[in-house]
Design a protein around this ligand. Structure first.
Ligand code: AVJ
Length: 316
């Protein structure tokens, strides 16, 4: 087996391919090539979320600063290497910036990218898995926190895990915290499907890259040309699903184990849940966050939601 093989990747792929409904966790889509392809997706004409959210941040970060106040510590969940972070930092003028990421490399990139534009802003990177509560650096103990979770990444999670994550964020950020989160809204399925099955085939390449990665890192013999990218709208679950569909009967091996799939069978590779504004409020409330304000674009495609940590209270 190749040296780069990650034991967790091996475990997830072998378990996922053997399951009655085949599925591989979406995070394995993002190797170096996958991350490059996702960057390319964000620039596609059909993929509205990135540009819509960026415009909402440009328009409403001053409102965020007005409501949440300035001088907080901004705590970003996930890599802050994107163009979105400076928009928030410029408006909020925080006393510190705390990027949290599981990858130390992403963190270093994010910190150095910001240093130029914000030379005097104290940056305290935290290398950690933010799905669990984290102890933030002592340096920001005394200030209120503004959590930042853009990109509608929350949509990757099913409701149960999404609530667990939002509750972990509440515990990490502490009393009086705010959370600014991007959520993609429910809309015409045609628009959604085009966003996840673009004409240039970049999303297809992004999805199929998982099979290349399995073959390369786990000694796989998957005949990749026998698979096609599929994006479907699951209305009952209110989500876009990405699958890899076998176009003929196939047999292959991964890490020494044999697998077979019949024509039309799929490997489920990603969920992207979409939320109405009421759904968004309920999801946040279930995790102890009260929505203070939500901003949307004129077409109602995307929502930028500001929530405040709720103190525990008696309820009838
Ligand atoms: C990075 C999870 C927000 O769900 O829209 C884009 C990933 N997948 N096209 C999304 C993705 C296919 C994206 N997120």
């Amino acid at each position: 087996m190749s040296d780069e093989a990650d034991p967790a990747f091996r475990r997830d792929v072998l378990a996922g391919l053997a399951a009655p409904v085949r599925a591989v966790p979406a995070r394995w889509l993002y190797d170096l090539r996958g991350s490059e392809l996702f960057e390319a997706i964000t620039a596609l004409p059909e993929y509205y979320p990135t540009r819509t959210e960026t415009a909402l941040l440009e328009a409403h970060c001053p409102d965020v600063a007005r409501i949440a106040g300035t001088g907080d510590a901004v705590v970003e969940f996930g890599s802050g290497s994107s163009a979105k972070t400076p928009i928030l930092l410029r408006a909020v003028a925080p006393s510190a910036y705390v990027p949290i990421d599981i990858s130390g490399e992403f963190l270093r990139d994010a910190a150095s990218a910001l240093r130029e534009e914000f030379p005097v802003l104290p940056v305290f990177p935290v290398e950690a898995d933010f799905t669990r509560p984290i102890t933030l650096p002592q340096d920001v103990a005394a200030v209120t926190k503004l959590g930042f979770f853009p990109g509608s990444t929350i949509g990757n999670l099913v409701a149960r895990t999404a609530v667990d994550l939002l509750r972990a964020m509440k515990d990490t950020l502490g009393p009086g915290a705010f959370l600014l989160i991007g959520m993609d809204r429910i809309k015409d399925p045609e628009i959604l499907i085009r966003a996840y099955d673009d004409a240039a085939g970049i999303t297809a390449e992004f999805n199929l890259n998982l099979l290349h990665r399995i073959n390369r890192e786990l000694d796989g013999t998957i005949p990749i040309d026998a698979f096609r990218h599929q994006a479907i709208w699951n209305d009952r679950m209110s989500r876009i699903e990405m699958h890899l569909e076998a176009m003929r009967d196939v047999a292959f091996a991964v890490a020494g184990q044999d697998f077979a799939m019949g024509t039309g069978e799929t490997i489920h590779t990603e969920n992207s849940h979409k939320y109405g504004l009421r759904d968004a409020r309920l999801l946040l409330r279930a995790a102890g966050w009260g929505v203070v304000e939500a901003w949307s674009d004129a077409e109602g495609r995307f929502a930028l939601v500001l929530a405040e940590s709720e103190a525990p209270r008696f309820a009838p």
